[in-house]
Design a binder for this molecule. Structure first.
Ligand code: ATP
Ligand code: MG
Length: 251
């Protein structure tokens, strides 16, 4: 299970209205991408879903339970790496399983699996300051996966990666998503990435952020990025997003 419902969400920071009346859902096992101009409130939505902050109005539910306080059933991968600097790559990945009370052997089995998955073999014992930006991001991703969350919240997780690693990580994410049956809410600035990954794409308006349009991506997987259907969807999403980016620039 992992059904997220955002119901009439508004968020004010003092007098500043960042989000207004946001309504959408991530169905159990669904992959939803969130697109919108910079500053429209995408990260704020993820923080609210993670329970790191609370909405000014409205409610958020995960599997029918209202989110209040840090949501332990979520895994997050944020724009900034936010690794524990005093733990090695392996130690960061094992954090979730340790908190859950897994045995030492089980923690090691989990961390080995995810270290291989994200291509960090040989760097297990490096501390974050000894890793490149892309490697730190991969540790963050492995740490989120290792927690076996019901819902994965990802904020531009592949933005700092080179194009080739990014393609590999996208394919791996889809593999994990299909295998482990998790729901994913994924923020990106890349329409191409959204059309490759998502079941549905939520396009947000310029601030105050609200849902402008939702596109269903009913293309079979694995997807061909350059198929005529993918191109047509990309064009439609770009048009919807483009007008909001222009509007954001003029606010
Ligand atoms: N803690 C905070 N205090 C005050 N204002 C905030 C806070 N967090 C976010 N904001 C404001 O809310 C708005 C939305 O911010 P948010 O980070 O959610 O945007 P975003 O859509 O993720 O942008 P980007 O695409 O650039 O990452 C911005 O105008 C930002 O300045
Ligand atoms: Mg953001």
């Amino acid at each position: 299970m992992g059904r997220l419902i955002l119901k009439d969400i508004s968020k004010k920071f003092n007098d500043f209205l960042a989000l207004e009346n946001v309504n959408f859902e991530v169905e159990d096992g669904e992959f939803v991408c969130l697109l919108g101009p910079s500053g429209c409130g995408k990260t704020t939505i993820l923080r609210l879903a993670a329970g790191l902050d609370s909405p000014t109005d409205g409610e958020i539910f995960l599997d029918g339970k209202k989110i209040a306080g840090t949501n332990k059933e979520c895994g997050f991968v944020f724009q900034e790496y936010a690794l524990f600097p005093w733990r090695t790559a392996k130690g960061n990945i094992e954090f979730g399983p340790q908190v859950k009370g897994c045995s030492k052997e089980e923690c090691e089995r989990i961390s080995r699996h995810y270290i291989d998955l994200v291509g960090l073999r040989g760097f297990e014992d490096h501390f974050p300051h000894e890793l490149s930006g892309g490697m730190k991001q991969r540790v963050g991703i492995a740490r989120a996966y290792a927690n076996k969350p019901k819902l994965l919240l990802m904020d531009e997780p592949f933005g700092a990666l080179d194009a080739q690693t990014r393609n590999i990580m996208q394919a791996e994410l889809l593999r994990i998503w299909e295998k482990e049956h998790i729901s994913v809410l994924f923020v990106t600035h890349s329409v191409d990435e959204a059309v490759y990954l998502a079941d549905r794409v939520v396009v947000m308006s310029a601030r105050p952020g609200t849902v402008k349009e939702i596109f269903g991506i009913n293309l079979p997987r694995p997807r061909i990025r350059t198929s005529p259907e993918a191109n047509a969807l990309r064009d439609a999403i770009l048009r919807s997003l483009g007008s909001e980016i222009k509007r954001a620039a003029s606010i």
